[in-house]
Design a protein around this ligand. Structure first.
Ligand code: C2E
Ligand code: CA
Ligand code: CA
Length: 693
């Protein structure tokens, strides 16, 4: 069994009848779990036990000597002290051994007795443990999380310094009681935390996870995410539960902000359309359950907001919207809600009202609130709203429908003059439906060739001859017949269809008027008046468009006059001035249409390069047989002339009006007295024959 060991003298010794005590000693050593080497003088291995041969393999002696070579045997190592040495194993691997050396006698000779215990495994485990502990400590520090460890048998909780610091507390300020934690949890959350803990301790959940608010030393609450895991004994009873707590306040706030943004208007902080529709849905549900429950929806559109926005700038406009929002809130009861749908549109839900009068009363109160001046950019300005009202009594099912009807009623209120309210009725609904149909049909009117241009002569009051014509659009609808412009021009404006329609009218009229003077020079013949809507005035390519059309038709620019209403100019106040100047520069005439119906004074309009103004029909209409009620017309003619403008009267129906206007010095007139708007051929004939009045 020791045959492989060099120094066979040992084996020989055994057989050579060594004393029995030594034999027993040898056999003990032979069976020892540790490797034992008996080392004689010059480091020669005299004996290696079984474990030593396992450790060092066949070369136990050489390996033993190598291992021990250089080890300062004797004084430092001899004794109970153990040293850890690296042993090179036969396969090339290394083993970590605990080495102890004692002096002994072997066959009467002084030897070293070296025992080696392989501690590789133990060392590895220790290292692994230390590494994992370090890693854990590092991770805990890096993750910025507070740690806690609850000993369920003693009832004490260890809170890490970070755990305490997260709550603004120093090390000493928080003890080891569980209540240091639970008492700080927000009242609304604490029951949830307790039951999550209980569930995990009882083994009902695989781990503990809870998000809750916890009191910071500064009195605020922080949102934290707590995770934990229980340690269980052989019976599965939890003995300890430990985990981490991380601050998630930022994430929570971000989540809240996102949720807020989805339902609130960022400018005014009022509920947005989505939230308002949701509230309407709830109200409708309540209305379907309770017969006596009535609510109203108010749809508000701020009057002339665009004018304020364009003249004072968007910042001022935004500021006004915010102030309006605050005033609206003031005008309402706590149960009511106000929302901003976008732009200058607001909606109000009046909850649980008794009857219609409650809704109209609130509408009046809102008007009063809006009337008292706002301070905007060092300026004081009052405003008003057009308000549409729809009542739940009509039996709605979808929130969108009641909102749409309130919107329709708002349009009615606006049309009736601003600062008013109107109640939705079914007649309005029919109107709204018809309007939608008109819009759909109008989209195809041009391509289907349903549009025509009619011409109404404009008569010079000096000569009694035709000095111009006004182009007026006509729509020959396949089912409805002739649709008056008052019915389709506003729809075209609202939908943007006025762009293509206006372009078409302009091109068609220029072409026609030019053809009437065929053979003649391009500057010979009546002046063509074409109406321009506010939407058209806002087109950035308007000037180029007109220049092109004139060139195409070979019409002298001086033969074109654009008619623009006061309100259209006011709506485009910033861009209008530049556009109008450019048009004047190419020679096109400009006329203020429907003069006297707007809000502005002539001296204000003087800023714009108009050469003509048209007295609105309403002032001509009232002029009687013997000149009574002609003061306004007279005033307009006088002011117009003082400012160097030519004046045209429209809607002249009687010879008396004609005579009066001539007396006032008005340059030209148009009206049924002379001719209704007629088609192109008729207009051409009227001109060709030199009609005279
Ligand atoms: P407007 O520019 O004030 O046009 C004059 C309107 O007065 C015309 O109505 C004309 O037929 C009507 N009228 C003329 N003489 C008399 C009269 O003696 N008595 C009465 N009671 N009415 C008279 P129409 O053609 O229905 O046009 C209505 C409005 O539609 C026009 O008012 C104009 O603002 C708009 N419009 C018409 N065509 C166009 C167009 O091509 N483009 C744009 N943007 N607007 C147009
Ligand atoms: Ca006109
Ligand atoms: Ca007019």
């Amino acid at each position: 069994m020791t045959a492989n060991i060099e120094g066979t003298a040992l084996a020989g010794d055994t057989r050579a009848g060594v004393p029995p005590s030594e034999a027993r000693f040898r056999s003990l050593i032979e069976r020892a779990a540790d490797a034992v080497l008996v080392i004689g003088a010059q480091g020669r291995v005299r004996f290696a036990n079984h474990a030593a041969q396992e450790l060092f393999g066949a070369g136990a002696d050489a390996a033993g000597r190598d291992t021990l070579a250089g080890q300062p045997f004797g004084v430092p190592l001899a004794g109970a002290q153990a040293a850890e040495v690296d042993v090179l194993l036969p396969g090339g691997a290394r083993a970590s051994c605990e080495l102890r050396v004692v002096e002994s006698l072997w066959s009467g000779e002084g030897v070293w007795l070296a025992t080696l215990r392989d501690v590789t495994r133990r060392t590895r485990m220790e290292e692994a443990l230390r590494e994992s502990e370090e890693r854990y400590a590092l991770a805990a520090r890096a993750s910025n999380e507070g740690l806690w460890d609850w000993d369920l048998s003693s009832g004490e909780v260890y809170y890490s310094p970070r755990w305490k610091a997260m709550l603004g507390c120093s090390e000493e300020e928080i003890g080891t009681r569980p209540d240091e934690w639970l008492e700080r949890v927000h009242a609304e959350d604490v029951e949830r935390v307790r039951s999550a803990l209980r569930a995990h301790v009882e083994g009902l959940s695989s781990h503990l996870e809870a998000e809750y608010r916890i009191l910071h030393r500064n009195g605020s609450y922080r949102w934290v995410l707590c995770r934990g895991l229980a340690v269980r004994d052989a019976q599965g009873r939890a003995t300890r539960i430990a985990g981490s707590q991380g601050d998630v306040t930022h994430r929570k706030l971000a989540e809240e902000q996102l949720a807020h943004r989805a339902f609130y208007d960022p400018l005014t902080n009022l509920p947005n359309r989505a939230l308002f529709l949701d509230r309407l849905r709830h109200a409708l549900r309540r209305a379907s359950r309770r017969k006596d429950y009535l609510f109203a929806v108010l749809f508000l559109d701020i009057d002339r907001f665009k004018l304020i926005n364009d003249s004072l700038g968007h910042m001022a406009g935004d500021r006004l919207l915010v102030l309006i929002a605050r005033r609206l809130e003031l005008a309402l009861r706590p149960g009511d809600s106000v929302a901003r749908l976008g732009g200058d549109e607001f909606t109000v839900l009046l909850d649980d009202i008794r009857d219609v009068s409650d809704a109209t009363r609130v509408a009046d109160r809102i008007q009063r609130e809006l009337m008292s001046p706002f301070q905007i950019g060092g300026q004081e300005l009052g405003t008003s709203a057009s308000i549409g009202i729809a009542l739940s009594a009509t039996g709605y099912e979808r929130p969108e429908d009641i909102l749409r009807d309130a919107d329709t009623a708002m349009y009615r209120a606006k049309a009736q003059g601003k600062a008013r309210h109107a109640m939705f009725d079914t007649e309005m609904h029919a109107c709204a439906v018809a309007l939608l149909k008109t819009e759909a049909d109008l989209r195809h009117a041009i391509e289907r060739g349903e549009l025509r241009v009619f011409y109404q002569p404009i008569v010079s009051l000096d000569s009694g001859r035709i000095s111009g014509v006004e182009a007026l659009a006509r729509w020959i609808h396949p089912e409805r017949g002739l649709v008056p412009p008052s019915e389709f021009i506003p729809v075209a404006e609202e939908t943007g269809l006025i762009g293509p329609i206006g372009r078409w009218v302009l091109r068609e009229a220029c072409r026609a008027v030019r053809s009437w003077s065929a053979g003649g020079a391009s500057d010979d013949g009546p002046v063509l008046s074409v109406n321009l809507s506010s939407r058209q005035l806002a087109q950035p390519d308007l000037v180029a468009q007109i220049r092109e059309t004139l060139a195409e038709a070979d019409l002298d620019p001086r033969r074109l006059r654009l008619e623009i209403t006061e309100s259209a100019i006011l709506e485009q106040i910033e861009s209008a001035a530049a556009t109008l100047l450019e048009l004047r520069a190419i020679g096109v005439g400009l006329s203020i249409d429907d003069f006297g119906t707007g809000y502005s004074s002539l001296s204000y309009l003087q800023k714009f390069p108009f050469d003509t103004l048209k007295i609105d029909r309403s002032f001509v209409e009232v002029m009687g047989e013997d000149g009574e009620r002609s003061e306004i017309a007279r005033t307009i003619v006088t002011i117009g002339h003082n400012l160097g403008k030519a004046v045209i009267a429209e809607g002249v129906e009687s010879p008396a009006q004609f005579a009066l206007l001539r007396e006032l010095g008005c340059e030209a007139a148009q009206g049924y007295l002379f001719s209704r708007p007629v088609d192109g051929d008729t207009a051409r004939t009227l001109i060709a024959v030199g009609t005279r009045w």
